[in-house]
Design a protein around this ligand. Structure first.
Ligand SMILES: C[S@@+](CC[C@H](N)C(=O)[O-])C[C@H]1O[C@@H](n2cnc3c(N)ncnc32)[C@H](O)[C@@H]1O
Length: 296
């Protein structure tokens, strides 16, 4: 078995690139990082695996100086990003690969979302609107965070155009204070909803069906109360074979490129600052924009 103990990171990288051309799973020996400060640690191996579109399987300890590692190639065709679904509204519906994803089990997503909810003081909000609610994972986490009693004091509304996702969400939340609307987000005004004091939209506003910049401006002007807050999240990642892989995918690049993401994030930040919001940008695989009103 190949021993990578004394190789530089560049040489390790070249060896992996070469082996992964012809193998779906590879294993090799490396230094045990528990007793050697100069050895590559498990975090480094997780990153190396991810950068090679692999999953790191559970390492085996051979001795105090050596470990055995296994990389398993991800199936890059097993992704909702490349999935073809005829009915556009059902691209994220119950039959889609997207539907099996549980973002609430991803620490870099969940803890950033938790921080954003705390920043907007979720428990004190009265009318929460979620655009692109899908199966309502984002409401589920709020319920867990603040508890059933506080959750039931807030009115929640979720909009999506996927009927199957909404049917699933309604089953999860038969509560009177939670309502779901099958509607095109672009024409949200037609629903005549009361203004919300918190609007959440995760992984949705960059969708090709939405004209992001004018839509965001109208959302803030027409659908948010005077002291309303906003939580937006934009993916800086792709879901491949069940794994959340860091880095935004951009057209015309075969590696992660973040110009579009930064452009959209900075547009929101500048616009919100003009409208006298305090804005933070946080997160990692999902970039969160959290905006609260500056009162003076
Ligand atoms: C990528 S998913 C994100 C769902 C959820 N927020 C999450 O992060 O798991 C985008 C969601 O927005 C919905 N969507 C996209 N464009 C829409 C539109 N124009 N009107 C209504 N829903 C839309 C999709 O059906 C889908 O459920």
């Amino acid at each position: 078995m190949k021993n990578l103990k004394n190789l530089s990171l560049l040489s390790i990288n070249s060896w992996l690139e070469d082996r992964l051309k012809t193998n779906d799973t590879i294993s090799f020996i490396a230094q045990n990082p528990d007793n050697n400060r100069n050895a590559l640690g498990i975090k480094a191996w997780v990153n190396i695996a991810e950068l090679h579109y692999c999953k790191l399987l559970t390492p085996e300890k051979i001795s105090n100086s050596e470990i055995r590692l296994y990389f398993k190639k991800l199936n890059q065709n097993n992704s909702f990003h490349t999935e073809v679904i005829q009915q556009q509204e059902e691209k994220y519906g119950i039959q889609s690969k997207f539907f099996n994803i549980d973002k609430n089990r991803e620490p870099t997503f969940l803890l950033a979302y938790k921080r954003a909810l705390e920043a907007v003081k979720i428990e004190g909000r009265k009318e929460v609107l979620n655009l692109g609610i899908n199966k309502a994972d984002e409401f589920e986490f709020i319920r867990e965070l603040i508890g059933e009693e506080s959750f039931n004091k807030i009115n929640f509304k979720g909009i999506d155009h996927s009927q199957t996702a909404l049917d699933y969400a309604k089953n999860r939340f038969p509560n009177d204070n939670v309502k779901f609307y099958r509607h095109d987000i672009n024409t949200i005004s037609q629903l005549n909803l009361p203004k919300s004091d918190l609007i959440i939209s995760i992984g949705t506003l960059q969708s090709p069906s939405i004209n992001y910049k004018p839509f965001l401006m109208s959302l803030i002007q027409e659908h948010l109360t005077k002291n309303g807050a906003l939580i937006l999240a934009f993916p800086n990642s792709r879901w491949i074979d069940g794994e959340l892989i860091y880095g935004a995918k951009a057209p015309n690049y075969n590696y992660s490129e973040m110009s579009l993401l930064f452009n959209d994030v900075i547009f929101a930040k500048k616009y919100l600052q003009q409208k006298r919001f305090r804005v933070t940008i946080t997160g990692r695989e999902y970039i969160f924009i959290t905006a609260t009103k500056i009162n003076n």
